[in-house]
Design a protein around this ligand. Structure first.
Ligand SMILES: Nc1ncnc2c1ncn2[C@@H]1O[C@H](COP(=O)(O)OP(=O)(O)OP(=O)(O)O)[C@@H](O)[C@H]1O
Length: 260
């Protein structure tokens, strides 16, 4: 199990996360939902070690990992698929994948590496066909697939997906959420950070809502989907909503921004 206990983190004088606690149990998909700037990426970066904790602790299977380097955490089975894909556009698809195995011994064994690439691309046949191409030539959706496949190269047990649907066309967004379910069936436990609240609640078991660096609500995703306040803030209408579009127009700009 991955557990965060009272995590605080920030940038310089900007304290962002305030005593956030959260857990991902084996086999679970857990959604972390919140508006732009709520602190989702900061929390995910703190789990993967890109950002140090200023307080609290992170445990994996009961052992503290918050003192480990990002590489050490990859070795313990945590992969981070960052917001914005962060692929290397000038490198080939294959080289981007190989970078995902940087923490692994298999980096030095060509046959093992090849096998790892094949396994990581199991869900992404398009990537298999475009191994030699520059990653920058891929579409946004394909780049997101590549970022996820690169994460799988570390053979993770826990996958941190930061805003995987961001900037994608609606059809691809649905594809990404279907993929989350497939990855879960393949045995991965997933922390899914998303602004797309409705779809992430539909594919997750449990969810946490983060506002201004604080976890303000947690529960089963079904419960949260049915919560009036959440429906109004994040889903564009009440839970029973035969939502009148005229009512939606009255919602604040901030709430509109995070509608699906
Ligand atoms: N590198 C940074 N330096 C300083 N402040 C930052 C940095 N990254 C994020 N912040 C600030 O931390 C707060 C939380 O940002 P964060 O990116 O974690 O939010 P988010 O919920 O992931 O939203 P988004 O969807 O915009 O990424 C914001 O106020 C943001 O301006």
């Amino acid at each position: 199990m991955l557990e965060l206990h009272g995590i605080s983190a920030g940038y310089g004088r900007n304290a962002v996360l305030r005593e956030c606690s959260l857990k991902v149990q084996p086999g679970e998909v857990v959604a972390l939902i919140g508006a732009n700037g709520a602190g989702k990426s900061t929390l995910v970066n703190t789990v993967s070690g890109l950002l140090p904790c200023r307080g609290g602790s992170i445990l994996l299977d009961g052992e503290r990992i918050d003192g480990l380097s990002p590489r050490g955490r990859v070795r313990r089975g945590i992969a981070h698929v960052p917001e914005g894909r962060q692929i290397f556009g000038g490198l080939s698809v294959k080289d981007n994948l190989i970078l995902g195995a940087y923490a692994s011994e298999e980096m030095r064994d060509a046959a093992a590496l090849q096998e790892r690439i094949a396994k990581s691309c199991h869900f992404f046949p398009t990537l298999q066909d475009r191994m030699g191409e520059a990653a920058g030539n891929l579409s946004g959706g394909q780049q997101q697939m590549l970022a996820i496949a690169r994460g799988l190269m570390g053979r993770p047990r826990y996958l941190l997906l930061d805003e995987p649907s961001l900037g994608l066309a609606p059809l691809l967004v649905s594809e990404i959420f279907r993929l989350v379910t497939q990855l879960r069936h393949a045995g991965l436990s997933i922390l899914l950070s998303e602004q797309n609240a409705r779809q992430s609640l539909k594919v997750s078991d449990r969810a946490y809502v983060i506002e201004m660096g604080c976890i303000v609500l947690q529960g089963s995703s079904q419960e949260i989907l049915a919560t009036e306040e959440i429906a109004e803030k994040y889903l564009g209408g009440g839970p029973s909503a035969g939502v009148d579009p005229k009512v939606q127009v009255t919602m604040s700009a901030r709430l509109q921004e995070i509608l699906n």
